[in-house]
Write a protein that binds this ligand. Sequence first.
Ligand code: FES
Length: 375
Amino acid sequence: MSVRRLAEDQFQPAAFAFNDENAAWADKTIQKYPAGRQQSAVIPLLMRAQEQDGWVTRAAIEKVANMLDMAYIRVLEVATFYTQFQLGPVGTRAHIQVCGTTPCMLRGSEGLMSVCKSKIHHHPFERNAEGTLSWEEVECLGACVNAPMVMIGKDTYEDLTPERLAEIIDTFDAGNGASVTPGPQIDRHFSSPEGGPTSLTDEEPKKKASAKKVVADAATATVDAAPVPPSEAARAKSTDAETNAALKTPVTAPKAAAKNAKAVEEQPGVAAPVPATAKPSLTDKNRPAGIEKPATPDDLKLISGVGPKIEGTLHELGIFTFAQVAGWKKAEREWVDGYLNFKGRIDRDDWVKQAKALAKGGEAEYIKVFGKKPR
Ligand code: FES
């Protein structure tokens, strides 16, 4: 990777300010992060500054640092680390990023770069005489299946030839970039085969594919319901012979899955799948008793499986302490589990055992019982 430095002083504007629309967007974006974590907005804000001015100026870096209460050097580190940030002025109508990674290189990216050199400038990051165009070579942009390709702004232009890229560059330079349709530049739909589909083109294969899907779904259901260890059973059920038999009589597959599920229920110590149920009523007799919010509620997030959102819901139910959770009987656990739509997670994560340890001796007791720190 090349050394990335800020542009020379002669290019740097004296100040930077977000326009009204972007300033409102920036305020809203900063508020998305929890208190004390506003610095996480640094990348979106830098990117919005680049979209506004075309590149990231020193003044923009300082402005973003001030907005997020960060040291200038921290924001500079981010801007210079990520290559999607342009640190110098680029073409006002198009900055062309040519992918030079192996698949694109094998499919002709060097020819595309030759076009850029002849039409824009011999060196990357240098603008043409009018200042309207610039280019650079970049690493894989994730459209390798349609190599070679370039990216301009947020759009990719794929399956390029040097001639087609030259046309695209001319169109952008004329200020008509919006008229170029992004994506494949040949007779290809997204990443489908060139010239149209080459498989599943008649009814018979489609029927076979659909029958195979029924079998695959049935096999998945069977494997999902299989007792531990599932791998051997799953393998046994996917032999060619059974697949062929199932193809002939696909309706029997769900029956097999149901039979298997019943067998699972009968296995001691193996939890049966929990059917989807309606949310239990708040007036149900099994709802655990709530309490008034204490002056210092326990940090329920120390229980593995409880995050800030779930903790908020528990608070709404009047659950504030480890002792409350530790005292839940089976019916109460099932009520809370159903209310949170957890499908058995409370018992799987053993909230009661965790809460008992935390209620008894806090983190130290938790470590003693579970051999690790909570959460
Ligand atoms: S190699 Fe060019 S897009 Fe992936």
